[in-house]
Design a protein around this ligand. Structure first.
Ligand SMILES: C[S@@+](CC[C@H](N)C(=O)[O-])C[C@H]1O[C@@H](n2cnc3c(N)ncnc32)[C@H](O)[C@@H]1O
Length: 229
């Protein structure tokens, strides 16, 4: 199997596998930490912990995405798929204070951190929701919220998607959430070149029927711009 291909195989398929950051309840003992996300236009201090993606520093791919995407629609409905502890969703919320932002993830610990990071950075136009791998709401009764959860359509989707979950899950996830783009809406996805950004672009165009192009390329990452059909 070509491990470089996007979503190259399900980790641990057919054998016990170690816990991953994309588990619903990471088994790793808690070790609270914080990271700084410093961009030309904003500075966020973010709480992290073991058992979540890139707990020691903001991921380089995430930085490449945040430094290359155009500003989100000011009053749009915005989505971050696989939000982790929130660097992308919170950047959207800070850059578009009148927009309504939703971050979704399968990792409950990451979502608790994301909610806390929103509050501690004074960002109240963002909501976080635990989802199952198929995109349906998960985690028992909905948390108290002033409005029903956003389900789309979304004017913009930004994501550092979970390539390592394997192609099957990744493709279902992208079909589910990119299928909720509003007419004229745009998604930006950052993918490491060595993890199959080019093959993901081909899949988006040829199998998923979406217009996908390379919007940026830097430090071994590609940012794919995807338009609603
Ligand atoms: C590459 S990480 C990016 C995290 C965060 N956006 C960041 O930039 O640091 C991908 C995230 O996708 C989440 N994830 C994995 N499978 C998912 C699924 N089926 N639906 C939603 N999120 C998922 C993981 O838990 C992880 O937090």
């Amino acid at each position: 199997m070509d491990r470089r291909e996007h979503g190259g195989g399900s980790p641990g398929e057919g054998r016990a596998r170690p816990p991953h950051y994309f588990d619903a309840d990471p088994a790793a003992a808690s070790r609270p930490a914080s990271v700084d996300l410093v961009l030309p236009d904003l500075h966020l201090r973010l709480a992290t912990d073991r058992g979540v993606f890139s707990a020691d520093r903001v991921d380089l791919g995430t930085r490449v995405l945040l430094e290359s995407v155009p500003a989100p629609p000011e009053r749009g409905r915005l989505l971050d798929v696989g939000c982790g502890y929130g660097p992308i969703a919170l950047s959207m919320a800070a850059r578009a204070p009148e927009a309504a932002v939703l971050g979704v993830d399968v990792n409950g610990r990451a979502l608790d951190l994301a909610r806390r990071n929103a509050a501690e950075n004074g960002l109240y136009n963002v909501d976080f929701q635990l989802v199952d791998t198929d995109g349906s709401p998960a985690g028992g009764p909905a948390r108290a919220r002033p409005e029903p959860p956003l389900t789309g359509p979304f004017d913009a989707v930004w994501a550092n998607p979970p390539i390592r979950v394997g192609k099957g899950v990744l493709h279902r996830l992208l079909r589910t959430w990119l299928g909720r783009l509003a007419p004229g809406g745009t998604a930006h996805l950052v993918v490491q070149r060595n993890l199959g950004s080019d093959s993901l672009q081909r899949w988006l165009e040829q199998e998923a029927g979406m217009a996908a192009e390379r919007a940026a390329s830097r430090a071994g990452f590609r940012v794919l711009r995807v338009r609603a059909p």
